[in-house]
Design a protein around this ligand. Structure first.
Ligand SMILES: [Zn+2]
Length: 98
């Protein structure tokens, strides 16, 4: 596991061991001791999108109780079916009694 962040001095990308998170590390480019963030800093748009997708996936995966999410659509379909039947009956009666 490693962390990737931008050196605040020379703006170069620095890859360090995750065990240095929250500590300081020497930038191999400018040799300045720089603070290491405790998380990856997206080095480019592609990685940012990847991290965003990963977080979104984790948010979806953390949502439990699949039965609770499956029930409302079925109920909605039953209600919609009953609504259509009732409206059909009303229209049929209205035309039949003319
Ligand atoms: Zn540097």
């Amino acid at each position: 596991m490693s962390l990737i962040f931008r050196c605040p001095e020379c703006q170069e990308y620095v890859k360090v061991s995750a065990t240095l998170a929250g500590l300081h590390a020497h930038c191999p480019s400018c040799n300045v001791s720089v603070p290491v963030p405790d998380h990856d800093m997206p080095p480019d748009a592609e990685t940012a999108t990847h991290l965003w997708a990963k977080k979104k996936w984790e948010a979806i995966a953390s949502q439990t109780a699949p039965s609770a999410t499956a029930a409302p659509p079925l109920l909605a379909w039953l209600l919609a079916g009953a609504f259509v039947l009732v409206m059909g009956a009303i229209v049929f009666v209205a035309f039949a009694l003319r």
